[in-house]
Design a protein around this ligand. Structure first.
Ligand code: PMV
Length: 328
């Protein structure tokens, strides 16, 4: 029996959410709220798969391995892990008994990317066990296929890029997809939960619908967002946080224009600006989940006080965290 323990980070969008969906670009940072995965594999005659993922309500869930490997349609809590096994199996045939256990050190309600972390961790673990020559970029391509099989072809892959590479990445969602690590030591950014969970897929569809209804209005907004992403990459590389803060504020305004801001997110953004942040914006699809705040360390106490007045707090997770990795 072989056993491996790996972990993958979650993510937050620095810039470019929604715009990245339309063959666009985004800047995403890995978050040290990690998903841990332990995989055990035994060479047995009969193929079997058992998943224990109490965070998503799976308790010693079992199936025949062959059934999973043949699937193209996935539903339920085991979807992402099953989809990864099916995709991996097309490159490297799998057999035997798999026991996969996951556990995260964050609340899934935060909406910061537990599915991309699950996919990164599952594929990385499989690669370590069966095909260590597989590159990060190959893992990324497999992971994107696995995610899109579950999410009805929705998913830019930006979250997965951060989960696999770690740090803060500039991601280009065009063929061939490109992931560039930004050369910074740290990112003076924190995250805040808005108090409400949001379903990503329905907000992506909502923005798509708005774009179909008003292409002449929405397309220029998306183009401006992409300019913001490219300028953002340059100012991050130059360590110019004032400029990045301004760009984040503009990006938030454009996301508001696309209809994905909420009173809860807006309250966090305003509280952050009152506390003297360089900038603040919602992160991800919107409708709830988290906001990101770019702020100097010395101002974090003021930020915490400002957030307390709206009953919110800074989340205790480091950003610009390491990517998927083996744990000892
Ligand atoms: O809501 P999140 O954190 O899963 O982010 C979604 C980001 C979008 O750009 C709206 C969609 C995507 O696939 O990139």
């Amino acid at each position: 029996m072989r056993k491996l323990h790996v972990s993958a980070p979650t993510k937050l969008f620095v810039l470019g959410e929604h715009a990245v969906v339309y063959d666009g670009r985004a800047i995403v940072t890995a978050v040290d709220a990690r998903l841990h995965l332990i995989i055990r594999h035994e060479e047995t005659e009969a193929g079997e798969l058992e998943i224990h993922a109490p965070d998503v309500g799976l308790h010693h869930w079992q199936t025949n391995l062959a059934d999973t490997l043949q699937k193209t349609d996935f539903s339920g809590e085991s979807s992402f892990i099953e989809s990864c096994l099916a995709v991996f199996n097309r490159e490297v045939p799998l057999s035997g008994k798999f026991y996969i256990q996951t556990q995260s050190n964050f609340d899934p309600i935060l909406g910061i990317g537990s599915s991309s972390a699950t996919v990164a961790a599952t594929l990385f673990a499989l690669a370590q066990l069966f095909a260590p020559q597989i590159t990060s970029m190959q893992l990324f391509e497999m992971g994107l296929e696995a995610i899109r099989a579950v999410q009805q072809k929705i998913g830019s892959g930006a979250d997965l890029a951060a989960a696999i590479m770690g740090g803060t990445v500039y991601y280009v969602n065009q063929s061939p997809r490109q992931i560039t690590a930004l050369e910074i030591q740290s990112l003076p950014m924190v995250s805040v939960y808005s108090g409400k969970k949001a379903p990503t897929v329905s907000y992506v569809q909502q923005v798509k619908q708005l774009r179909d209804q008003h292409p002449a209005v929405v397309d220029p907004i998306i183009q401006t967002m992409l300019t913001i992403v490219d300028d953002g990459r340059d100012v991050i590389n130059a360590g110019n946080w004032e400029a990045l803060g301004r760009l984040m504020n503009i990006q938030h305004g454009l996301l508001h224009a696309l209809g994905v801001d909420t009173p809860w997110l807006a309250a966090v953004v305003m509280a952050a600006r009152e506390a003297g942040a360089f900038g603040a914006k919602l992160s991800g699809a919107g409708g709830g989940d988290c906001a990101v705040v770019l702020i100097e360390n010395e101002k974090r106490v003021a930020l915490a006080e400002s957030l307390a007045s709206i009953r919110r707090e800074i989340l205790p997770y480091e950003l610009h965290a390491s990517g998927v990795r083996e744990e000892s």
